[in-house]
Design a protein around this ligand. Sequence first.
Ligand code: BTN
Length: 246
Amino acid sequence: LGRKICFYESMGSTQKEALRLADEGAADGTVVLTNEQTNGRGRLGHTWQSYRGTNIAMSLILRPDLPIEKTPQLTLLTAVAAADTIENETGLSCGIKWPNDILFDGKKLVGILTELQAEATYVKAVIIGIGFNVNTESSAFPEPIKSVAASLRSITGKQYELASFVQSFLAKFEFLYELYLHNGFKSIRPLWEQRALNLGKQIKVRQPGGRILEGFARGINDDGVLLLEKADGTPVRVYSADIEWE
Ligand code: BTN
């Protein structure tokens, strides 16, 4: 992983560029990294705000031999890698809001976006985009974002070296990814569950398209899908959504 790193001083979106490179046949493990992202993309059609030189925006191109329904597992693996990296680098212990928001004190420090290029039912490439809020000053967050997002610096008051953060994340990710490829999701699932914030609680989720579901979060299944139980006992599998309230 990271044997080929495409670094750009400034660009629209590492994710968009990684999708383009993957389409052109970029090798497994290629990393796209930038110092400034001007048009970041988030999950479910949201945008992702980056602040020049103070946060990390990168996308990984992976080519695992995987049926497409298993790819949510990689999203959860990435969340574990990101939370572990933060803990190693800063000592902060973060939780994961399903599927992959990394939160400290209810505020988001990392966003993860997983996209797929597939051929029939198999994966051609998985593009994993990660944005870490590292050294951003809290005053740089505009009002609506301030209440939901934070940076590591805004919590600890310290400045972090971005390059060593990236290295540390890639090493952690690679370790977990190898474990996953050899032993399957069963080796990752307990690590994710240890950090999970919403399990065993009554939650509301907003699905793409705006539909809101309410229920008890039972857990995740082996594919990384959220298992919700409605008040009348009906089980629902949630593949993609935003958890709105805990
Ligand atoms: C989310 O929480 O909505 C996901 C945010 C993902 C942001 C990252 S930053 C690097 C990569 N490039 C993008 O345009 N988006 C992802």
